[in-house]
Ligand binder design. Structure first.
Ligand SMILES: *[C@@H]1O[C@H](CO)[C@@H](O)[C@H](O)[C@H]1NC(C)=O
Ligand SMILES: *[C@@H]1O[C@H](CO)[C@@H](O)[C@H](O)[C@H]1NC(C)=O
Ligand SMILES: *[C@@H]1O[C@H](CO)[C@@H](O)[C@H](O)[C@H]1NC(C)=O
Ligand SMILES: *[C@@H]1O[C@H](CO)[C@@H](O)[C@H](O)[C@H]1NC(C)=O
Ligand SMILES: *[C@@H]1O[C@H](CO)[C@@H](O)[C@H](O)[C@H]1NC(C)=O
Length: 249
């Protein structure tokens, strides 16, 4: 590779310096570092990675960060790594995120709500161990999350809403999901999940309807006869379902 000579390098470095520093000042001038909620749904596209890094590093009191429908295609998901441990709610739905979601976010000690819905170029995995955060709501639908559903998810006993549909998740549904007794919504459709599910494992859940199966059938399996939502589907109290392709009978 040809080296740039000094005459080229100096203006180049100066330009870089100015660009970085000016755009930091210009991009996020009104955000005091003590900000606890940053909410710009459908905001101006966040094209520059360092703008987001500034947010992530300097807003040390941040509790809520909602950037839904903001174009973040220029932001590397790695930049999320330094988000404050004070964070309770992170919502990045439909943000065109590309790359790998940093797993450490799942371990943020105060995180109660995480939405990554509809980021079709975002990959990631769910933590397999030591996952004990106070998560109440988790949505990764329509992402490229892959790997298996960890058994340790059963430790997230405050969980109320869990949407893992339309991802690349594989493997069995861990019976520990049946420990999530506060769940009111469970959607596991359109994955590559396999194995046998005995509906007894969901017996403690208060929800009447659990969304299962694959992209084509889109059926819902119900715990109570009273709650058959889809015409033509049956209601299953003790269902053994084999994924992904067997017709239910
Ligand atoms: C933001 O953080 C950087 C590095 O952590 C620091 O140098 C800078 O002074 C901070 N800016 C403000 C406005 O606090
Ligand atoms: C996170 O913060 C540390 C220390 O301020 C810094 O060295 C590192 O580059 C930051 N990482 C990212 C991805 O911004
Ligand atoms: C899980 O936690 C234990 C005990 O705190 C620790 O020794 C271990 O390294 C952790 N494992 C991971 C993958 O973080
Ligand atoms: C979390 O769940 C796993 C698997 O179900 C279990 O082995 C582990 O002891 C649990 N950890 C805590 C801290 O509850
Ligand atoms: C699901 O698994 C099948 C067979 O292993 C594979 O051909 C297919 O590409 C997988 N689909 C997804 C969405 O991962």
């Amino acid at each position: 590779m040809r080296m740039m000579n000094n005459i080229q390098v100096f203006p180049f470095l100066l330009l870089c310096f100015l660009l970085v520093h000016l755009s930091v000042i210009v991009a996020v001038p009104d955000v005091p570092t003590s900000t606890s909620s940053y909410y710009v749904e459908g905001g101006v596209p966040m094209k520059k990675d360092h703008e987001f890094r500034w947010l992530a590093r300097n807003l040390t009191q941040l509790r809520e960060l909602v950037l839904d429908s903001t174009d973040m295609s220029g932001v590397s998901p790695i930049s999320l790594t330094n988000l404050s441990s004070t964070l309770t709610s992170l919502s990045l739905s439909d943000c065109s995120l590309q790359g790998t979601f940093p797993v450490n976010i799942f371990y943020l000690p105060n995180l109660r709500s995480l939405s990554l819905l509809w980021n079709v170029d975002l990959t990631g995995t769910l933590p397999q161990t030591n996952w004990t955060s106070p998560l109440v709501s988790l949505g990764v639908s329509m992402t490229n999350f892959q790997g298996s559903i960890p058994a340790s998810m059963g430790n997230l006993t405050s969980m109320n809403y869990l949407d893992l549909s339309v991802t690349l998740l594989t493997g069995p549904i861990p019976p520990t999901l049946g420990n999530l007794e506060h769940l009111t919504y469970l959607d596991l459709r359109a994955n590559n999940l396999t194995g046998t599910v005995d509906f007894k494992m969901f017996a403690r859940l208060k929800i009447s309807c659990i969304f299962l199966l694959d992209r084509t059938t889109s059926l819902c399996c119900c715990k109570a006869m009273a709650a058959i939502p889809f015409q033509g589907s049956k209601c299953w109290n003790r269902l053994v379902v084999i994924w992904p392709n067997s017709p239910i009978s």
